[in-house]
Design a protein around this ligand. Sequence first.
Ligand SMILES: Cc1cc2nc3c(=O)[nH]c(=O)nc-3n(C[C@H](O)[C@H](O)[C@H](O)COP(=O)(O)OP(=O)(O)OC[C@H]3O[C@@H](n4cnc5c(N)ncnc54)[C@H](O)[C@@H]3O)c2cc1C
Length: 330
Amino acid sequence: MSPTCDVLIIGAGWSGISAAEQITQSGLRCQVVEKGRGPGGRCATRRHNDWRFDHGAQYFTARTQEFDQALRDWEKQGLVSRWDPEIKVVGQRPSALDSNQKQQMTRWVGVGGNNSVLRHMSEPLNVHYQTRVEALCRDQGIWFVTMSSAQGERIVTASTIILTAPPSQSAELVGPNHSLYETLSSHRMHSAWAVLIAFDAPVILDYDAAFINEGPLSWVCRQSAKPGHAGEAWVLHASPDWSDQHIDAPAETIGPQLYQAWLEVSQGLPPSPSYRQAHRWRFAQSVSPLDVGYLHDSESDLWVAGDWCRGDRVEGAWLSGRAAAKALTS
Ligand SMILES: Cc1cc2nc3c(=O)[nH]c(=O)nc-3n(C[C@H](O)[C@H](O)[C@H](O)COP(=O)(O)OP(=O)(O)OC[C@H]3O[C@@H](n4cnc5c(N)ncnc54)[C@H](O)[C@@H]3O)c2cc1C
């Protein structure tokens, strides 16, 4: 029996799309399956009316020359832009990265939303959105992948799988008998609450973004301070510790709490916003990221990539996906 595709990639975030780009270029038949409506994953952009909210990753930084060069290439294509907002630092939490170090980084953002690069990269790729992988089963050297979408359930076959879902979700898919199960299931991720806020009138504050190192918040950011965003839209992030403690709270209780926390550290905000929506990121950032690049089980031809395999963040996800694809195609 010949499988439907050579490589099936689960997830259209930075690691999945960067792997798919490399594998497709190598000539292998590659399919990406994504449960969300578009590419991005934790680097998503949500729209409401004219407002756009980057409610996951806020900006990109480059610690490697490879990613720095990629950002410069995307800048030439008009996909990303350097971002130098007025950033304030409020308070000092001991665990917070030194604020001077944060101030000195070159920050990049997507033009029109932080998923701009992934939207562009994914255009020529074979990506199936709103399709969830439900189960994986390997039989006689072939992967049988059960997936569900609005059209119902179907099975696709593949020689090789690349998993880029968060580690505990990937563990559930491979099952307890797989050699990578223990590594996947034991890897801890912090959660994160994000609140999307918009006002009908301009808000006068002496900053466009702030690292908040006290109380429940860790970050607030004016979206219209980024290129291609309109209106008075803001994203608030709760700290990892606060988010972990409140992750199972009802979403409608989170918005008022985090807005109140913002009021307490900022003068000049109206008593309530025109729009407020909380978003729960159950698996936001690795507690202790690995530096292995990717994981591989040669017996079952299964690869695992993701930010948590390569030092965290968007750069790590991009590097991890590419490293797995390079090793797979070499
Ligand atoms: C609140 C927050 C703030 C952040 N801020 C920053 C920042 O400022 N800078 C920075 O560099 N990074 C930041 N990050 C981290 C950054 O977003 C991630 O490192 C990066 O986006 C991870 O990409 P990934 O491809 O590894 O994983 P993901 O983006 O999680 O992609 C995995 C994909 O798999 C899909 N998926 C999962 N299970 C299935 C399934 N069964 N079937 C089909 N599809 C499935 C998911 O829908 C998802 O799209 C932030 C993250 C969060 C949550």
